[in-house]
Write a protein that binds this ligand. Structure first.
Ligand SMILES: Cc1cc2nc3c(=O)[nH]c(=O)nc-3n(C[C@H](O)[C@H](O)[C@H](O)COP(=O)(O)O)c2cc1C
Ligand SMILES: C=C(O[C@@H]1CC(C(=O)O)=C[C@@H](OP(=O)(O)O)[C@H]1O)C(=O)O
Length: 363
């Protein structure tokens, strides 16, 4: 399955070193104002070729092929394409029969017995171009209903930033100025130094990304299997390199007493609210009207230049490899827009499913 969503559906297609990558969005209501610039803004946040990211120089220029007429969606499938320009498959020739530890080469081989080994093919995070293009449409749609999805890094290479503000928009703006997307300058500088050290050692770093969705109305999510929390976890776990998910205080809740973890219910500005938000905006699988908080653990980039042990699967012998090419020393900053997109796609799907967004928007 290369499709995600029930009503608002995204299908991504393309390989890292193929001709192009892209997506098709189906189920988007008509009359939503949408331009290539809306999509490009998000793709620019994800693209490689920046400080502390893969040196693959891709412009990632998007073209909308269908579903938009006179600047507005028509309700027909929205198809988007980004051509691959800076492809250098020569680095992968020697890896054809020697799967990279930590990457998907081995499992793709075991499952399919025929795979596009150039640049990791379909398993490459180049595929996430399509998710971010589709996520930009989802964001535009839910923004029109007041919802904002924002992401930033809270930990890189074990160096952690503790939240110092409840103004998520301000936190997000600060993070966007940091190459690692950490919202604090001095924490970011320390983490940058550590990532550079690891790069020099031929190694890589992991970290934690926090995604928040503000102004989500109460009532999104089904009480049993299709809980909002379950769907969000599914959405973000589908992103390459994500190895753990927390909703709200997540694993920290396991260490608390009930009297500490419960969020007292209060009246604020005439509305029923939670005094704090350890539940991350979801109770019983249903949004409560507080900020939704999803945290994702990102593993260190698997392709590192340090010598590693693997197997030549054709000769069936143990060998050592040294990976060359262009890789992210840390996936965290570029994962942020991808994870925001997955959360936005999930929320757009629920909003439409629950009749909170009509099939045609008013003009
Ligand atoms: C935005 C982003 C960029 C990534 N960049 C790289 C990279 O440069 N090199 C690499 O080996 N893996 C990179 N990855 C991770 C691999 O795609 C991922 O580890 C691989 O597909 C195996 O999947 P798994 O880690 O989910 O098991 C990146 C992931 C994301 C989300
Ligand atoms: C190209 C992108 O990221 C790529 C993600 C990736 C991987 O294995 O996930 C491996 C690298 O690709 P290649 O070896 O083909 O240069 C990264 O550069 C992108 O995200 O646009």
């Amino acid at each position: 399955m290369n499709t995600f969503g029930r009503i608002f559906r995204i299908t991504t297609w393309g390989e890292s070193h193929g001709k192009a990558v892209g997506c098709v969005i189906d189920g988007c209501p008509s009359n939503l104002k949408l331009s290539e610039e809306d999509i490009q803004r998000e793709l620019d946040r994800r693209k490689p070729g920046k400080k502390l990211t893969s040196k693959r120089m891709e412009e990632d220029r998007v073209e909308i092929l269908s579903g938009v007429f006179e600047g507005k969606t028509t309700g027909a499938p929205i198809s988007m394409i980004v051509y691959n320009r800076d492809v250098r498959s020569e680095h992968y020739v020697k890896l054809k029969n020697t799967p990279r530890p930590g990457h998907a080469d081995l499992t793709y081989f075991l499952k399919y017995r025929h795979r596009d080994w150039r640049g990791g093919g379909r398993s490459s995070a180049r595929e996430t171009v399509g998710r971010v293009a589709g996520g930009a449409v989802a964001k535009k749609l839910i923004n029109a209903f007041g919802i904002n999805v924002l992401g930033y890094a809270i930990e890189v290479a074990g160096i952690r930033w503790e939240r110092d503000s409840d103004d998520y928009h301000e936190v997000f703006q600060r993070a966007e100025r940091s190459p690692l997307r950490i919202p604090d300058e001095s924490v970011s500088e320390r983490a940058e130094e550590r990532v550079v050290e690891l790069m020099k050692e031929g190694d890589s770093a992991g970290g934690v990304v926090e995604i928040v969705a503000t102004n989500v109305p109460p009532g999104l999510g089904e009480p049993v299997f299709d809980k909002l929390s379950a769907r969000l976890a599914y959405a973000v776990m589908g992103v390459p390199a994500v190895k753990g998910v927390e909703i709200g205080s997540g694993f920290r809740l396991a260490k608390m007493k009930g009297s500490e973890s419960n969020d007292p219910i209060v009246i604020r500005d005439g509305k029923v609210r939670l005094e704090k938000n350890d539940c991350g905006g979801i109770l019983g699988g249903i949004s409560v009207g507080e900020t939704i908080i999803v945290r994702c653990a990102i593993k260190p980039t698997p392709s590192i230049s340090k010598r590693q042990r693997t197997v030549d699967i054709e000769k069936m012998e143990e060998v050592e490899i040294e990976i060359t090419g262009r890789h992210d020393p840390c996936i965290v900053p570029r994962a942020v827009p991808v994870l925001e997109s997955m959360v936005a796609l999930t929320l757009a799907d629920f909003m439409i499913l629950q009749g909170l967004i009509p099939k045609s928007l008013s003009e």
